[in-house]
Design a protein around this ligand. Structure first.
Ligand code: TYM
Length: 318
C-alpha cells in the first residue's frame, strides 16, 4: 500500500442501519477518491464514538460487521484503502487524552451535540462532551489532509484543526492541519419528512432496503398538497437523476404525486438492488469482515504508532 500520497480519513459510527444519507453525503465520495487514486485513504468504523449510543456488546459487534460490509458493498476495496476499526488502534484514545489536557471546557461547550443535549435537558455523558477530542485524535494521528463528510461534521473538523494548532503552538510543529471535503449538493441529504436524513429522526431510507421496504418508505414521504411538485419526493429523486432528466418527468406528471412516487421507487430500486446483492454476497462468508479488520487494524496501528511516538516525545512522556 502506498504511503507517499496525501492522507484522506473518514469514519462512520456503527449506531444503526446505514442509510442513503451516509452514502451520498460521505461514502460515495470515498469511493470516488479510491477510483482517482490521489490519496491514501484510512476508512474507519468509529466504534468508540458509537459506544456513547450503543451499550450492548452483541449489538456493537453486529453493527460493526454490518458497517464494514456496507463500506465494501458500496465499492471500497480493502486492497486499496485501509479499512479499520477505531478500537483496534489504542493510540486514538491515548491521543484524545493528551488533547483533553490542552482543551478547555468552555471551548467544548460550543459543540453542537453538547448544546443540543443541554437544550433538551439531557444529562450529557463525559463521552459525548469529549466526542470532538476523540474525533480530533482520529484525524490528526494520520497526518490527514482531507476529511470527506456531510455538513453535520464540519464543526468537528474545525475543532480538529484548532486542536492541531494549539498542540503545535504548545509543543512544537507536530500535526498537519486537516481540511473538510463537503460536496455542497449532498451536504445535507433530506429524509422522508424533508428534514436532514438521520437515524435519530426516524426518517431514513436504509441503503440495502428490500423492494417492499422501498415501496413503503417512498409512499410514506410527506407531501404538501399545496404545490405542483412534491418537494420532498423531488429532493430525494435529485440524488439519483440530473435536474435535466427530472424536468420532463416532473412536467409530464405535474400534480400527480402517486405517479412521481412510483417513478422514484423504480429509480431507488435500480440504484439499491446491485448494492443489496453485493452486500448479501459479501455477508455469506463470515471470514470476510474478520480478515479485512485484522489487516486494516495492523496497517492503521503501524502508522498511528509512529505518530504517537512523535507526540510522546513532544510532550515529554517517552
Ligand atoms: P455519522 O456516523 O453520524 O455519519 C457518517 C457520515 O455520513 C454523513 N451523513 C450525512 N451526509 C449528508 N446528509 C445526511 N443526511 C447525512 N447523515 C449522515 C456524515 O456527515 C458523516 O460524514 N462523528 C462522525 C464519525 C467520525 C468521523 C471521524 C468522521 C468519527 N471519527 C473522523 C470523519 C473523520 C459521525 O458521527 O458520523
Amino acid at each position: 500500500m502506498e504511503t507517499d500520497k496525501p492522507i484522506l480519513l473518514s469514519g462512520i459510527k456503527p449506531t444503526g442501519v446505514p442509510h442513503i444519507g451516509n452514502y451520498f453525503g460521505a461514502i460515495k465520495q470515498l469511493v470516488e477518491f479510491q477510483t482517482v487514486g490521489s490519496h491514501q485513504s484510512y476508512i474507519m468504523v468509529a466504534d468508540y464514538h458509537a459506544l456513547n449510543f450503543v451499550q450492548n456488546a452483541g449489538d456493537m459487534r453486529d453493527l460493526t460487521r454490518e458497517l464494514v460490509l456496507t463500506y465494501m458493498a458500496s465499492g471500497l476495496n480493502p486492497e486499496k484503502v485501509v479499512l479499520f476499526k477505531q478500537s483496534d488502534v489504542p493510540a486514538h484514545t491515548e491521543l484524545a487524552w493528551i488533547f483533553d489536557t490542552i482543551t478547555t471546557m468552555p471551548y467544548l461547550m460550543r459543540a453542537h451535540a453538547f448544546k443540543d443535549g443541554e437544550a433538551k435537558n439531557k444529562e450529557v455523558s463525559v463521552g459525548t462532551f469529549n466526542y470532538p477530542m476523540l474525533m480530533a485524535a482520529d484525524i490528526l494521528l494520520y497526518n490527514t489532509a482531507k476529511v470527506p463528510v456531510g455538513h453535520d461534521q464540519k464543526q468537528h473538523i474545525e475543532f480538529a484543526r484548532d486542536t492541531a494548532e494549539k498542540f503545535n503552538r504548545t509543543f512544537g510543529e507536530t500535526f498537519t492541519l486537516p481540511e473538510e471535503f463537503i460536496v455542497p449538493e449532498v451536504a445535507v441529504v433530506p429524509g422522508l419528512d424533508g428534514q436532514k436524513m438521520s437515524k435519530s429522526y426516524n426518517n431514513t431510507i436504509p441503503l440495502f432496503s428490500s423492494r417492499t421496504d422501498i415501496e413503503e418508505l417512498v409512499m410514506s414521504i410527506v407531501t404538501d398538497s399545496g404545490s405542483d411538485r412534491p418537494e420532498n419526493v423531488y429532493a430525494i429523486h435529485k440524488l439519483l437523476k440530473t435536474e435535466h432528466e427530472l424536468e420532463s418527468l416532473y412536467t409530464e406528471h405535474t400534480g400527480k404525486y402517486k405517479a412521481l412516487k412510483e417513478a422514484l421507487i423504480e429509480d431507488l430500486d435500480a440504484f439499491i438492488a446491485p448494492l443489496r446483492e453485493r452486500y448479501h454476497e459479501l455477508a455469506s462468508d463470515p471470514r470476510t469482515v474478520l480478515d479485512v479488520l485484522e489487516k486494516g487494524g495492523q496497517l492503521a496501528r503501524e502508522r498511528a504508532n509512529v505518530k504517537m511516538e512523535e507526540v510522546r516525545r513532544a510532550v515529554g512522556v517517552s
